[in-house]
Design a binder for this molecule. Structure first.
Ligand SMILES: [Zn+2]
Length: 156
């Protein structure tokens, strides 16, 4: 028999810790709630990053993760990748101040509508892209997608 799984009322992810289960809200989400971020704010924030068709030349964040882990000689790390791409909740960066920062417009993940998959330009997985993630200098990056640029300019 399946155990009842309590999901967070803000982000919808399963809640594990005892106190959080009672409250149906994770610790981090409790802080978000205090800033007015509820499930609706999150849903509409995610919507802002959605595209019907992922542009050519984009890869999943999991693919970028593997490329970086396989090529440490370029100086990037998975931690730097997460920071550069706006943290682990990048969709909140346009609605909440101080959640995360995109290192460059090209680091703004787009989401294929109807999925949860974050997609990023494959350039980030090239040696030049990984060096940019390592240094924070993105001057050699190709032009970002128009939606990436729009979100980057809106991010707080
Ligand atoms: Zn949550």
């Amino acid at each position: 028999m399946a155990k009842n799984i309590v999901v967070c009322k803000v982000c919808g992810k399963p809640v594990k810790a005892g106190a959080s289960v009672a409250n149906a809200c994770g610790t981090r989400c409790n802080k978000l709630l205090a800033q007015g971020v509820n499930a609706q704010v999150i849903a509409s924030a995610k919507q802002a990053y959605c595209v019907q068709t992922i542009p050519a030349g984009f890869i999943t964040i999991a693919q970028l993760h593997r490329a970086i882990a396989a090529a440490p000689q370029h100086g990037a790390s998975v931690a730097k990748m997460v920071t550069s791409t706006g943290g682990d909740r990048p969709y909140l960066n346009i609605s909440v101040k101080g959640i995360g920062k995109f290192a460059s417009a090209i680091c703004v993940p787009l989401i294929q509508a109807g999925t949860k998959t974050r997609m990023l330009p494959a350039w980030l997985a090239t040696p030049q892209g990984m060096q940019a993630i390592a240094s924070g200098v993105f001057t050699g990056a190709p032009k970002a997608h128009a939606l990436q640029t729009a979100i980057y300019n809106k991010a707080k």
